[in-house]
Design a protein around this ligand. Structure first.
Ligand SMILES: [Zn+2]
Length: 492
């Protein structure tokens, strides 16, 4: 079998063959740090994470780059509204973004590039587009890309361009599909909109030196970032379907006009996130950040730990295929939370299992592991089918439970199971392996009480924590508090 994926560029499923066997160059557009990321944004990064983790699981050597769009219409507008300078403002929200993705176990890109550090690269690219006639200076003092000059403009977005090219120009970073238009590469300084945010650039245009304070448009930023870190060609470009047009289409037009080579070999896009089957919008009252979700869930159950909520959210996102819309509801999150608890229970049981202290793995068990691993690889190679991969995990965990129930496992088999889970969890990142460290032969009821006490201490409810300690001790267990956490021992 080989990995197949749906390529937006060719509008079909294809076998994945990176340009070089020894390295996959993978790029995705990063956040615009003008506010906290909402869960729709985060769904996009969970998608990039699934693809990156899966490729690594399949032994591809993946290098990832993500930009941070710290210069754009929205960061400039909102930093001024907040009375902060652009750098300070965007750094705050970039940090908040990184904390959010860490919480939900999204691996950070190998290179994270704030676009404000790449202004020189953008100027160089724009000069080359001016030199080759793809860009022109308009009478509003901005430099535009001439889409009519690029022969296959519209290919990625599957637009029929006949009769659509007009002499219309657009200066906004974001615009609608209907507006096929020349887009701004470098925008004339507007003191009212841009305030103190201006970058000096000097261009050679028709033999004349033109020097004005301007600022970059959004689309050139990603072309510059790719050129800087990956040079002319990449293997895989990821993003949300909203960015196919105009943003990704414009990235292709810019980069390929300069290099004369195909930019990304594969383009993959994830579908929208919906809330209660509706588009998420502040005006609709169904707009959530990750922080909002934790607050909402803790309103229902104060003892819920944020980490458990994050894992449930992550599990929930893996339960939809990336090309389908992901419908977020609190009911679904609660049911994912129940699933996480069941998974944790099995992990704890496995951790406490003593088994037969013999060092062999039955043939039947090694066959089981081989079969499940083969099936797992097959579903991942089938366009990253995460819901099917989860079904395999759940089936396997129930098999583990049966083995524990019948006490047929040997210790070597227990280790083989643990290694297997560690391997497939490099894709999911939802299992809690610290639970395997649970002390031996402690009943679930006592473990649960201990957890309750830890939670009570975390929320500084020491009176409750003391009551629980009493309950545990009455059942002849002793609590041992250590730096890395608390555990219980049977009083002999
Ligand atoms: Zn981009």
């Amino acid at each position: 079998m080989s990995l197949t994926l749906y390529n937006t560029l060719t509008h079909q499923k294809e076998v994945f063959k990176p340009r070089r066997a020894d390295e996959v160059k993978l790029y995705y557009c990063g956040p615009t740090p003008y506010n906290y990321a909402h869960i729709g944004n985060l769904r996009g990064y969970l998608f990039s994470d699934l693809i990156t983790r899966s490729l690594r699981f399949l032994w591809y050597n993946v290098k990832t780059v993500m930009n941070v769009t710290d210069i754009d219409d929205k960061t400039i507008r909102d930093s001024q509204k907040a009375g902060k300078n652009l750098k300070e403002y965007t750094e705050f929200y970039t940090q908040a973004f990184l904390e959010d993705i860490d919480h939900i176990h999204i691996r950070r890109a190998d290179t994270i590039a704030p676009i404000s550090l790449l202004v020189d690269e953008m100027i160089t690219l724009i000069q080359r587009l001016l030199d080759t006639g793809y860009a022109y200076l308009a009478n509003d003092n901005s430099i535009y890309y001439s889409v009519a000059k690029f022969s296959h403009y519209g290919e990625l977005a599957n637009l029929d361009m006949k009769g659509m090219i007009s002499s219309v120009r657009i200066n906004n970073d974001e615009y609608e599909k209907e507006q096929v238009a020349d887009f701004a590469l470098w925008k004339a300084y507007d003191p009212e909109k841009d305030g103190p945010n201006r970058w000096d650039a000097t261009f050679q245009i028709d033999g004349k030196t033109v020097s004005v304070s301007w600022r970059p448009g959004w689309h050139i930023e990603c072309s510059a970032c790719n050129m800087r870190f990956f040079w002319e060609q990449i293997d895989l470009h990821l993003g949300g379907i909203d960015n196919i047009f105009p943003h990704h289409q414009n990235e292709i037009a810019q980069t390929e006009a300069i290099t004369g080579k195909e930019f990304a070999k594969y383009w993959m896009h994830c579908d929208h996130l919906l809330v209660d089957n509706k588009k998420m919008a502040k005006s609709a009252g169904n707009f959530y950040t990750l922080r909002d979700i934790v607050t909402e869930m803790q309103k229902r159950d104060i003892s819920l730990r944020p980490e458990t909520i994050y894992r449930a959210f992550r599990l929930m996102s893996l339960q939809s295929r990336y090309r389908e819309s992901f419908n977020f509801t609190f009911d679904r999150l609660i049911s994912s939370l129940a699933t996480i608890r069941n998974i944790d229970k099995t992990m704890k049981r496995l951790g406490r299992y003593t088994g037969n202290n013999v060092s062999w793995v039955r043939k039947e068990m090694s066959q089981k592991l081989d079969t499940v691993m083969g099936d797992f690889i097959a579903v991942i190679e089938e366009d990253f089918n995460s819901p099917e991969a989860l079904v395999l995990l759940f089936d396997f965990l129930s098999y583990v439970n049966t083995q524990i129930d019948t006490r047929t496992l040997t210790l070597s088999e227990k280790n083989a199971i643990t290694d297997f889970l560690r391997s497939i969890d490099t894709v999911f990142a939802i299992l809690d392996f610290s639970l395997l460290e649970s002390r031996l032969d402690i009943p679930d009821a006592i473990q649960d009480l201990l957890q309750e006490r830890t939670d009570a201490k975390a929320r500084r409810d020491f009176a409750r924590a003391d009551i629980i300690r009493g309950e545990i001790e009455r059942q002849w267990y002793r609590i041992i508090d250590e730096a890395q956490g608390s555990h219980v021992e049977k009083v002999e």
